[in-house]
Design a protein around this ligand. Structure first.
Ligand code: ADP
Length: 626
């Protein structure tokens, strides 16, 4: 920071802002006119915030209560000024808000950056980068602002090249005036028709008047104003809904679902909610804030009423306007408020009903929705007992038997005669899961297994336990008994696990492996692989334990059970040797190799890599020189 003695100070932009501005000034081919949408959106938010602050402190708004946004083009000076009489910014706020990346819209943009300048530049048009979009058309921007309730006016000024200056401004009205000194070639943004067209395209839904002050005459109103959600549905087209969604959600995709309803039960409210097509960048931040704004009779109250929507619906964005809350409701009063609780119930039901309808009418669209947001909805299975059945109905799964997402209803309908459980296997990579040896006996009997690939599955599955009296059973845990299910017609005959030779081999393995394993036993799971590792019925699933270890929630590894496949040639040959009392050393060595191999299949590493390599080389040498 430097000061010049006349009250002007120069500050360098934070690195991320400088990087962003570098992209913005290069955004030659994107839709530059969106700069106006961004400035109007900020101005509208500033007015909303003033209106809310004035509920408890009416003096803030008293001097000028007609909130509006004004566009003032000046052809002679080649400037366009966007003026609002909203909350304004203090000196500190100018520095903080316009010198760092605070805004959610901008943060969303930054999160999408690829590092490839050409690609990133073309993203700007889609996203809008908030205030900084002004530098697409302006060589210099001056922001003059007076915070409501204060006397001091400050001016922020920058050419967008690394630094901004801040100095005391001429005493002015409450609110913010942003003056753009246009670049050469940008004069179209001074033309009244052009401005009107841009406002109608992108900002028609804004609830305040947007006034054009192009000549000495009366200001001309450009938008229809009136809160969009309060208008008659029939008068709103898809493009208007979309622009409104972009404004409330700071999003750039198409809304997949639009829910616009007037509710007149015990509580009267209007909702305009959107389900996005794409995941917002901050969907999995720990705070899990939802994105629905609360209004009372058109007055913005808060975007932070966490009781308004369950956290597991936090991908839903929009507004709720309630007539049955007092206008001077404080944020504290909103906690544990019965009216809010009723609205939450109503909204939750509405969203779930609509999802169920889509699942039925538009399976492909629903599958894409589930891919994006299913992991979030599943949090509700764990958290919201009352919605469990509805959510189980909506849930979709990857499966060994289908390329398309599978509903539990469908799984149960095609269960094999004799099958009494829903079988699952958990892990991150669906392809690795589908190839797991644990599935062999299931595929041999044509039994479908669901692949659980979301970390949240580890939590809700044990909590929920069953779907319509069919238990969820992990194929990697406990003993599996598929005897009640008839084998496929072409299946190989089952090997005899009670064969005394196999029993002796198992005894030799147990001795050799000692406390490296919990147990060694004959497997009912395997048909092709020689061995696999399973968890004991009461132990953590292998995958869960690995996940918890990665998050440092546990630091031990439970002992596992090594299962051997009596039907495998290798196991058969080893059993023969033990029976003949032949080369027992080599059999013991094989026990270690097979255990390490089973670990590798689980995505783990052998405890002693060097020993594994040594044993394997010896075994291969023996095999080749025998
Ligand atoms: P976003 O709008 O996504 O928050 P911006 O970069 O557009 O991000 O704006 C950053 C912040 O600057 C805003 O969050 C707001 O606090 C402040 N701001 C921008 N324009 C105005 C305005 N006209 N009046 C008051 N505050 C404003």
């Amino acid at each position: 920071m430097t000061a010049d003695g006349k009250g002007q100070e120069t500050h360098a932009f934070r690195t991320e802002v400088a990087r962003l501005l570098d992209l913005v000034v290069n955004a030659l081919y994107s839709k530059k006119e969106i700069f106006l949408r961004e400035l109007i959106s900020n101005a509208s938010d500033a007015c909303d915030r003033l209106r809310y602050a004035a509920l408890t402190e009416p003096a803030l708004i008293a001097e000028d209560a007609e909130l509006a946004i004004r566009l003032r083009p000046d052809k002679a000076a080649r400037t366009l000024t966007v003026i609002d009489n909203g909350i304004g910014m203090s000196r500190e706020e100018l520095i903080e808000h316009l010198g760092t990346i605070a805004g959610s819209g901008t943060a969303a943009f930054m999160a999408q950056l690829s590092g490839d300048k050409a690609k990133d530049v073309s993203l700007i048009g889609q996203f809008g980068v908030g205030f900084y979009a002004a530098f697409m058309v302006a060589r210099e921007v001056a922001v003059t602002s007076r915070r409501a309730g204060t006397d001091a006016t400050w001016t922020w000024r920058s050419d967008g090249k690394g630094a901004f200056a801040i100095e005391p401004g001429v005493a002015g009205p409450r609110g913010t005036a942003i003056t753009l000194h246009l670049k050469d070639g940008e004069d179209e943004h001074l033309e009244p028709q052009r401005l009107e067209h841009i406002v109608r395209t992108y900002s028609d839904h804004i609830g305040l008047p947007i006034l054009l002050e192009a000549s000495a005459g009366a200001p001309e109103r450009l938008n229809s104003a009136g809160a969009l959600w309060a208008r008659d549905k029939a008068s709103i087209d898809a493009a208007q809904y979309r622009e409104f969604y972009h404004h409330v959600a700071h999003a750039a995709d198409e809304p997949w679902l639009t829910l616009h309803n007037r509710n007149e039960g015990t509580v009267e409210y209007t909702n305009l909610l959107f389900v996005p097509t794409r995941r917002p960048f901050d969907l999995f931040v720990p705070e899990r804030h939802h994105r629905v704004k609360l209004y009372v009779k058109r007055v913005f109250i808060t975007d932070d009423c966490q009781d308004l929507m369950p956290a597991w619906l936090r991908f839903v964005a929009g507004v709720v306007d309630c007539a049955d809350l007092p206008l001077n409701v404080s944020r504290e009063m909103l906690q544990a408020n019965p009216v809010v609780a009723k609205i939450r119930q109503g909204l939750t039901k509405r969203v779930l009903d609509e999802l169920a309808r889509k699942a039925k009418d538009d399976a492909d669209g629903y599958a894409a929705f589930w891919e994006a947001f299913g992991a979030v909805l599943k949090e509700g299975l764990y958290e919201d007992h009352a919605r469990r059945d509805a959510l189980l109905g909506l849930a979709r799964f990857r499966s060994t038997d289908s390329d398309k997402p599978v509903a539990l209803e469908d799984y149960v309908a095609r269960m094999k005669p004799g099958q009494d459980a829903i079988f699952t296997i958990a892990g991150e990579d669906p392809r690795a899961l589908a190839a797991s040896p644990h599935l062999e006996a299931f595929s041999a009997k044509g039994v479908e297994v669901l692949l659980l690939t979301d970390p949240i599955d580890e939590f809700w599955v044990p909590a929920v336990g069953a779907f319509k009296d069919k238990r969820f059973v992990s194929v990697t845990r406990g003993e599996i008994d598929l005897d009640a299910i008839a084998p496929q017609p072409d299946a190989a005959p089952k090997a005899d696990a009670a064969d005394p030779k196999v029993k002796s081999l198992i005894a030799v393995f147990k001795l050799a492996l000692g406390d490296k394993v919990k147990d060694v036993r004959a497997s009912a799971r395997l048909t092709e692989s020689p061995v696999c590792l399973v968890a004991d019925a009461n132990d953590l699933d292998l995958h869960v334990e690995r996940m918890l270890r990665q998050h440092q929630r546990v630091d031990t590894t439970s002992k596992r059970i090594l299962e051997v496949n009596p039907g495998h040639v290798l196991i058969g040959a080893l059993a023969q040797r033990v029976h003949r009392g032949d080369a027992v050393d080599a059999v013991e060595e094989m026990a270690h190799i097979l255990l390490d191999q089973a670990l590798i299949l689980e995505g783990e590493t052998p405890a002693d890599g060097a020993a594994f390599a040594r044993r394997l080389s010896r075994a291969l040498t023996r095999g080749l020189t025998a």
